[in-house]
Design a protein around this ligand. Sequence first.
Ligand code: SF4
Length: 749
Amino acid sequence: PMDFAQPVQRVKNICTHCSVGCTVVAEVQNGVWVGQEPAFDSPINRGTHCAKGASVRELVHGDRRLKYPLKLVDGKWERLSWDQAIEEIGNKLLEIRQKSGPDSVFWLGSAKFSNEGAYLMRKFAAFWGTNTIDHQARICHSTTVAGVANVFGYGAQTNSYNDIRNARTIIVMGGNPAEAHPVAMQHVLAGKEQNRANMIVIDPRFTRTAAHATEYMRIRPGTDIPIIWGLLWHIFENGWEDKDFIKQRVYGMDDVRREVAKWHPAEVLRVTGVPEEQMKRVAQIFATQKPATLIWCMGATQKTVGTANVRAFSIILMATGNIGAPGTGANIFRGHTNVQGATDLGLDVTTLPAYYGIDESAWRHWCRVWDVPYEDMVKRFASKALMETPGIPTTRWFDAVLLPKDQVDQPDLLKAMFAVGHGGNTVSRMPEAIKGMEKLELLVVADPHPTNLSSMSNRRNGTYLLPMSTQFECAGSRTASNRSLQWYDPVVKPIFESKTDYELLYRMAEKLGFAAEMFKTIEVRGKEPVAESILREINRGAISTGYSGQSPERLKLHMQHQADFDLVTLRGRAGTPVAGETYGLPWPCWGTPEMKHPGSHILYNTNLHVKEGGGTFRARFGVERNGQTLLAEGSYSKGSEITDGYPEFTVAVLKRLGWFDELTAREKEIIARIGGDNPDRVSWSTDLSFGIIRVAMEHGCVPYGNAKARGNAWNLPDPVPVHREPIYTPRTDLIADYPTLEDRRSFRM
Ligand code: SF4
């Protein structure tokens, strides 16, 4: 019986239904979740919820929870114990591995994971010996990551939800936040109503979002790029582009001009259906009533030309100088609650956590973090070549099962799928995958609820359902669409026989024989890896994306004092660049947690000195000769001190090409300082990158990369970065003079 005299505890957690990351305050009495309200001190939801957020308690206490492990026996579900389930599944996996190799299992994670769960599952797949691990971002916003990373440097939203209130012009394209991200829509409306912002909605459908617009532009479906080119045509024609910004910070805009010149208003009208007067009006507003922000969602990205759409959006932001300042930017509304974090932490067939890729230097980096010899890790894979080859993605795995042998590279390869879902019900979006599932020897679905993925009516044996706890029954962190990490504590203990993702992965690793190595660097209590300990390992390893400063302690402090971190909106659009923090700690958050880097709530802040993270826009640089890429580098933000890099890889290529000796002494010195085992090796300097490009050009190579839609070349040598110094500064200097949390509090007072 309930003891109603017991005090009611209030526990903060995060809504799991979209990427806005609203804070939920759960009321718990006698260990039971009895009530809920939105957090009034959250700078994001400010005391509101949408209907989805108001229903999160149902995820825990709804009557559709899986209560205990089940297996399908001759078409009927039978109950079994956890120990039995782990034993049977483990034996079958080992048998399949013995027979068909480690690449014969498809490990499917989820954007509903915590950061720690996503990271752990990627690490698990590495110890199993495969890169065939993926999640649902493959079919939603992965085009956004590729598109913005190739223009700006980072594959993520540049500003924040609450920063939209600072905009004077808000354009929504390919999104309907009034229904999909309702709390984010409140910031849009606040911008419109309190800031008198123009709100322009570009969409084939007149949506609920469009109903609030000051201007609605109806377009033919699929014509996003002609729309952007059409807007740019008027911008260039009337000289509304931001010339200073382009001169100082953008390469390749002349190539864009040449392309845009083809999109005369008559041609744009023919293709898009939008008349010239409206195009001109919207172009003028976007370019001249600044700051302006562009919001997009999956209406723009779930397309065969999704990446090109995103690059076009990024280009118009750069042409108008609407990036790197409050109220500007690419405000990309992602889908699931942790789709950003799951992608950042490597639930991806092409990369290890933090976008290191899967080449040898990437593996060596993570082996150092995991404290395992690289050579031992190689032995876990079928071959070193496969270790450096992307796995089979979500969109293609069933081909490997279904297609005739002459149509696929690896016919009959996949024998099993292990899906840890949390509602990441991929099969409901790809019905053709069901036929593939029917043919698998083993299908394991670990989820708090039975989903379509588990209702394999045509399967008879070899299917298991494992009951998992929800995020409200365990601790961890999540990364909202604006790159902010937030910590959450469990509201209640795992109910029924459910287990956390962490425990499931530990138990499976134990059965499969690699728990000791895999968890050597992570604290485990009983059979439960500790979430805080996993995050600390992420802090140590995921430096390239700037997951290094967000310790569990700092994140918990942020959750406690959320109201202190709404500085973006306190300053208002006229404010100078904010030195404070937004909620959570948005990556990149550099250095060690002790350095108290405030996180980066606005990327590419053009008002900051480069050593504080302001940068110009150059990414993915590389060189090619006769159409063949000779040297390709990871994210590289020209002028920015801290970017990721693969020094060993690049140096190895330079040496192989015989170019290394042509670098200057200074460039070699920089390599010596950042390369090899130097734990601070997170920076390529501007000069070094220019040096590499210079040498490559002397060998007849064409450099590529940067802000251009169609692979046009860099204009090198060309204007040098606005800020020339410092070339390379150790990160301790970089961070030392940021205000501490206490400083910021007193500043607020
Ligand atoms: Fe949840 Fe998104 Fe609604 Fe906020 S806007 S309550 S995160 S579904």
